[in-house]
Ligand binder design. Structure first.
Ligand SMILES: Cc1cc2nc3c(=O)[nH]c(=O)nc-3n(C[C@H](O)[C@H](O)[C@H](O)COP(=O)(O)OP(=O)(O)OC[C@H]3O[C@@H](n4cnc5c(N)ncnc54)[C@H](O)[C@@H]3O)c2cc1C
Length: 498
């Protein structure tokens, strides 16, 4: 541990983000006798999960509740939801995150509408290693139209990755035109509420879904349901791969029956022509085009909007693929995954994997080039440490660009980090997690072979290992084998989205 000045030791540990991992971090800090302060950019806790509140999680409640949080909640009469039930995002917020954040011990330690813009340390830039040692962290924070500074003894960045989705361009750059306003207004985000808030806008329209992970599957199935209500609705699905087999999963042979069922539903919809599948689809350019101006045609070839002088503009989105193919659609849902926001961490001495953008030692366990399963060995403060002592990335953000993060993994991360910061035993406890991807047959080289989910090609539609049983998973009894009710995989080939 760093030798801290007395004043540094009196400062709070700042947790960035009041998502499930940030709130759990605060609970563990309290358990360790440390003072947490949560800074949340949005108006409410669980802000990003609220955005996909209509989506069902693929892991049941027993994996979604942190032990320290449960220990704080239980004396208040809070009842843990049924461990085997699958919550929606909205359930997770209402039945767990909101009661947790309302606890007297936490409520006063959460500042909403506080967006962290940048972090540094002491009064020196990061080239002054010695001068910064043991000095407080400085966080620059936007609140109520002003920018202020706060000090912290340590920082846990649990700000997730939802705010920085991967762009649509095949090379990891935005597709040409992707940021043009005429295009942006046709982009739906990665998990539009197709059957709820967006139903009216999308019914009878042509939507292109890009991606091949959990989010894309959800959106496609919901669009198909919308199409049953309004037959004029049209759905195109673009993936980078040459086949969607891996997304469909193992069908009846899938170890996770509900996942297999979802995959089979999607396969049927494609085979029946309800969804048009475009494979080998590398998006090169996007263009928002005005198709016509005049009176309403009532057709679905373009989105019609009335101007102030009552004329009707019909516009659409042109998507150009790298091989010259083109498709014209009304809307596009980009389910292409996320990446971490690193700019605000620029004045910290980080050790990130150059590709995965996660802490370097963690990257070897989760690199999507090798790992498609959600399984990863439990890891904590030592794996997540950076040269900037006292700074940690936790939760979804700690996984960088890898798509296989699970809440249960994050809860163990913050338990270990809090113990480390308190000078207590930060050794990790083993986790028995569900795997959430359809495993790839490629093994990562080196010591991580054990959890690389390598299986013979013939068995690739099977999960990498049988779901584990544990009597006390996250402190919650596990009464039956995992499986029923799990959704589609979080990623596909090698854990990727596209
Ligand atoms: C559709 C979907 C389904 C999923 N299903 C499962 C599942 O079944 N099981 C599972 O284990 N995992 C699942 N996950 C993965 C993961 O558990 C979730 O993404 C989870 O929300 C990650 O929690 P987090 O606390 O790390 O980040 P988030 O929930 O994203 O929380 C981050 C918080 O930080 C705030 N924030 C962001 N930037 C700043 C800033 N600069 N300053 C201050 N605050 C900031 C945000 O507003 C947000 O409130 C799913 C993910 C998605 C997208």
């Amino acid at each position: 541990m760093t030798t801290e000045t007395a004043s540094t030791a009196e400062l709070p540990v700042v947790v960035i983000g009041a998502g499930p991992i940030g709130l759990a971090a605060a609970a563990h800090l309290l358990v360790q006798g440390l003072e947490p302060l949560i800074l949340e950019a949005e108006h409410q806790v669980g802000a990003t999960i609220r955005e996909w509140g209509h989506i069902k999680l693929f892991s049941p409640w027993r994996y979604n509740i942190d032990t320290a949080a449960a220990a704080l909640l239980e004396p208040t009469g809070w009842e843990s939801p049924r461990p085997t039930a699958l919550p929606t995002g909205a359930d997770l917020v209402r039945d767990y995150l909101e009661p947790l954040a309302a606890l007297p011990g936490l409520a006063g330690r959460i500042r909403t509408d506080h967006r962290v813009l940048a972090i540094s340390r002491g009064q020196r830039d990061k080239t002054h290693v010695k001068a910064r040692a043991g000095r407080p962290f400085v966080l620059r924070v936007a609140h109520a139209g002003a920018v202020t500074e706060l000090q912290a003894r340590a920082v846990i960045d649990a700000s997730g990755t939802w705010g920085t989705p991967n762009p649509l361009g095949a090379a990891g750059l935005p597709a040409l035109g992707e940021e043009d306003p005429a295009v942006v207004q046709r982009l739906l985000g990665s998990l539009p509420d197709v059957l709820g808030a967006e139903a009216e806008r999308l019914a009878g329209r042509h939507t292109l879904v890009v991606g091949a992970g959990h989010s894309a599957v959800n959106t496609l199935l919901n669009l198909a349901a919308l199409k049953r209500r309004d037959r004029a609705t049209s759905i195109t699905w673009a993936i980078r791969g040459e086949s969607a087999e891996r997304v469909y999963g193992g069908g009846d042979a899938d170890q996770l029956p509900a996942r297999g069922a979802l995959g089979q539903r999607l396969r049927r919809l494609v085979e029946e022509g309800e969804i048009t599948l475009v494979t080998d689809a590398e998006i090169h350019a996007l263009e928002g085009a005005v198709v016509s101006t005049g009176s309403s045609t009532g057709s679905s070839a373009g989105v019609q909007e009335k101007t102030d002088d009552d004329a009707v503009i019909t516009s659409s989105l042109q998507v150009a693929f790298a091989d010259g193919r083109r498709v014209r659609v009304d809307f596009l849902a980009a389910a292409t995954g996320f990446r971490p926001q690193l700019e605000m961490l620029r004045e910290l001495r980080l050790e990130l994997d150059p590709a995965v953008e996660s802490p370097r030692r963690l990257a070897t366990l989760i690199d999507p080039e090798f790992h498609s399963c959600g399984t990863v060995e439990a890891h904590g403060a030592d794996v997540l440490a950076h040269p900037e002592e006292g700074f940690f990335m936790a939760g979804m953000k700690s996984y960088g660009r890898a798509p296989t993060f699970l809440l249960a993994t994050g809860y163990e991360q913050v338990r270990s980090i809090a113990a480390h910061l308190a000078g207590a035993d930060a050794a990790v406890r083993n986790l028995h997690l569900p795997e959430t991807g359809v495993c790839s047959g490629v093994s990562a080289p080196g010591p991580q072979d054990e959890q690389s989910c390598g299986v013979p090609a013939a068995d690739q539609t099977q999960s990498c290992s049988a779901p584990e049983r544990s009597e006390t998973e996250n402190g919650v009894a596990v009464p039956e084998p995992l499986g029923a009710g799990l959704g589609a995989s979080t990623g596909v080939l090698h854990g990727r989205h596209g």
